[in-house]
Design a protein around this ligand. Structure first.
Ligand code: C5P
Length: 221
């Protein structure tokens, strides 16, 4: 059935935003649509991989041949990722909220006519860093960096800080978030490869092909 260089490989993908609940009706979130992550899951499956897609709240159909696990918060996503291990490749595309409300209030917070309540935040686990520096590390760990400024410099620093093999950097100062096209730069130990702007599905296939090539090169060593 065609070209399947990822046959026998397990690829873990995180995608979408996370929702960080404040009370039963309110949450903090971000503008991630999940489109790029879902496209990567689809591309990896098309190349023969067993794919586990751990998705935050998004309005997207599950790609063919992909096992999808839905989660809401960063903490849930972190747990689901650990449970889905081991994997040969982890592609962390989710726009995980950096912070969550420090306290979850069990009843809807009421307006009381006085000062607005203060929002206290606490840091979420860094799922990418946990996977990249933990036991049973996948052979290839790939992170994303959505930046609005100093895209490449930030991506290079992020690659080292998070112990990722590759960082896929994209400039989200335009209408990438929610849009259908993307322009990415793949930052690895070997330097930077800049791809042209193209549909997210084409970015996904380009990345899946590079993943397959990298695993094959490792296996040949
Ligand atoms: O630090 P920043 O959020 O820009 O890093 C982005 C990369 O790290 C993405 O690959 C994202 O999926 C991952 N990440 C994560 N857990 C977090 C924050 C980011 O996995 N708490």
């Amino acid at each position: 059935a065609g070209y399947r260089p990822l046959d026998g490989r397990h690829v873990l993908v995180t995608a979408g935003p996370t929702w960080e609940a404040l009370d039963p009706v309110r949450y903090l979130a971000n503008r991630s649509s999940g489109k790029q992550g879902f496209a990567i899951a689809a591309a990896a499956a098309a190349l023969g991989a067993k794919v586990t897609l751990i998705a935050g709240p998004v309005a997207l159909k599950t790609p063919a041949g992909v096992e999808r696990i839905d989660v809401e918060s960063a903490e849930d996503m972190n747990k689901a990722v650990k449970q889905a291990m081991p994997a040969d490749v982890a592609v962390m595309v989710a726009a995980v909220a950096d912070w969550r409300p420090k306290e979850y209030i069990g009843e809807k917070i009421k307006k009381r006519g006085s000062a607005p309540p203060a929002l206290m935040l606490t840091e979420n686990p860094d799922i990418l860093t946990n996977i990249a520096s933990g036991k049973g590390r996948p052979e290839l760990v790939i992170g994303f960096a959505a930046e609005t400024d100093d895209v490449l410099a930030n991506a290079k620093a992020k690659r080292k800080r998070k112990a990722a093999d590759w960082i896929v950097a994209n400039d989200v100062s335009g209408d990438v978030m929610g849009g259908d096209d993307n322009r990415v730069h793949i930052v690895s130990a070997n330097g930077v490869e800049s791809l042209d702007e193209m549909p997210k599905s084409a970015v996904a296939m380009a990345l899946a092909e590079r993943i397959a090539a990298s695993l094959q090169a490792e296996a040949a060593e």
